[in-house]
Write a protein that binds this ligand. Structure first.
Ligand SMILES: NC(=O)c1ccc[n+]([C@@H]2O[C@H](COP(=O)([O-])OP(=O)(O)OC[C@H]3O[C@@H](n4cnc5c(N)ncnc54)[C@H](O)[C@@H]3O)[C@@H](O)[C@H]2O)c1
Length: 395
């Protein structure tokens, strides 16, 4: 099955970007939103982005103009999907709205069409259950902004066929992206799941008064080479965004208990750089690099979130959710990290990671207990680079 024409539902932050990457690959795109005004705003953003790429010499002006011409505007859902091979929705993150939309799309799209969701959090299988073709419903999770971020997580619902997963991954490649496969619809998929659990633990540690925000960030900057620090990065990207991701983890992941730290900030309207105040103050609502003294870096171990993330990644492998390579690829591309967590695990030593996790779980509960996969690796002497075998092998 060849995909030639696609429909993108929702022309907002994600939808317009997805429509743009599809059009840039040469495909015809039907872009649908609920009013002409929203559609026009989306089209303007696509035009701005394409023109900017042309100015920078990444594409020619002719290519930019041709891509824009391939995007057609639709307010009618039925018309937007009636002759396409692939539909991807990027409408607001509300399950009822998505299910209703999937129901309508199912009625109007050709029988062979694949229906995809760009949801960050909602269950794919639930959306699929609103259709008569659950085997042709799949998750296709882009990262923001879709024009620049190369990672796409392709998520298999309970009934999604392997062929549909394969076609969706191929499509992501045609759109210039790097797909990773998520074999089970777990909350947070790969990239967000591996990072949120560790960050949330650090939020608890600060909330409980074990470390200050400055101590965490000074260690992150001086000892782990994170240019913005952990809390500085939260201020930069918006505390509300991290809060909504943690909230959905709490709703869907048994044992995940969100720290109140982010919620308190959100309730006070202190969302970070954009509001002038978050964990730090920004009088001009502009990012200012943190200037934290080296002495403050002594107390906190900046690898704490990484130990936890490695544990989550090990469980993804053990439960057949994702492969080693896809996990590291997702982390590197999703967060611009130089190394994936499993590569880091090998360089730290699996025995060290297990020991740290034992210390953490003794204090913070069984949710952080080392994965049986890590314990098994230690038993077998597969400790990482130092034994020439860990998650990877070394010559
Ligand atoms: N923003 C992100 O960083 C990000 C990243 C990955 C995934 N997502 C997911 O992408 C989806 C869209 O998020 P967003 O940030 O682009 O939201 P957004 O609010 O910017 O855009 C949503 C758009 O959908 C339109 N819309 C509402 N109902 C519609 C309908 N029935 N049919 C067609 N369009 C409709 C709205 O008018 C709006 O233009 C959500 O599921 C979100 O979780 C967002």
């Amino acid at each position: 099955m060849e995909i030639k024409k696609v429909a993108v539902l929702g022309a907002g932050a994600m939808g317009h970007g997805i429509a743009q990457v599809a059009a840039m690959s040469g495909m015809e795109v039907n872009l649908r939103d609920i009013s002409d005004e929203f559609l026009q705003a989306g089209i303007e953003k696509i035009k701005w982005s394409l023109d900017k790429m042309a100015q920078k010499g990444k594409i020619s002006q002719e290519e930019a103009d041709a891509a824009l011409r391939r995007v057609k505007k639709f307010v009618s859902l039925a018309d937007a999907v009636k002759d396409v091979d692939f539909v991807i929705e990027a409408i607001p993150e509300k399950l009822d709205l998505k299910k209703e939309t999937f129901r309508e799309v199912d009625k109007n799209a050709p029988k062979h069409a694949i229906l995809a969701s760009n949801t960050s959090a909602l269950p794919i299988s639930e959306m699929a259950s609103a259709t008569t073709r659950p085997e042709r419903v799949v998750g296709m999770h882009f990262f923001n902004p879709p024009q620049l971020m190369r990672l796409v997580e392709v998520i298999k619902g309970d009934k999604t066929s392997d062929e549909v997963v394969r076609i969706t991954a191929e499509l992501a490649k045609k759109w210039g992206k790097e797909p990773v496969i998520v074999n089970k619809d777990v909350p947070g998929f790969i990239a967000n799941r591996c990072t949120i659990t560790g960050s949330n633990l650090v939020h608890w540690m600060v909330y409980n008064g074990e470390y200050t925000v400055e101590e965490v960030d000074a260690a992150a900057i001086h000892k782990a080479g994170m240019p913005m620090g952990m809390f500085g990065l939260l201020d930069y990207t918006g505390i509300d965004i991290a809060y909504s991701v943690s909230k959905f983890m709490q709703e869907r992941e048994p044992g995940f208990k969100m720290s109140p730290l982010l919620e308190e900030k959100v309730k006070k309207g202190e969302l970070g750089v954009k509001t002038g105040k978050g964990f730090y103050e920004y009088p001009d609502k502009k990012w200012v690099p943190l200037d934290l003294p080296l002495e403050k870096a002594e107390k906190f171990d900046p690898f704490i979130p990484t130990y936890v993330g490695i544990n989550v990644a090990a469980e993804l492998i053990r439960n057949g959710v994702a492969t080693r390579d896809d996990i590291d690829k997702a982390l590197k591309l999703g967060f611009n990290l130089p190394m994936g967590f499993l590569e880091i695990a090998d360089s730290l030593g699996i025995d060290v990671v297990v020991q740290k996790l034992k210390e953490i779980s003794a204090k913070y509960g069984p949710f952080y207990k080392p994965s049986p996969l890590l314990e098994e690796m230690v038993k077998k002497g597969e400790l990482g680079q130092k034994t020439k075998k860990g998650f990877y092998t070394y010559e």
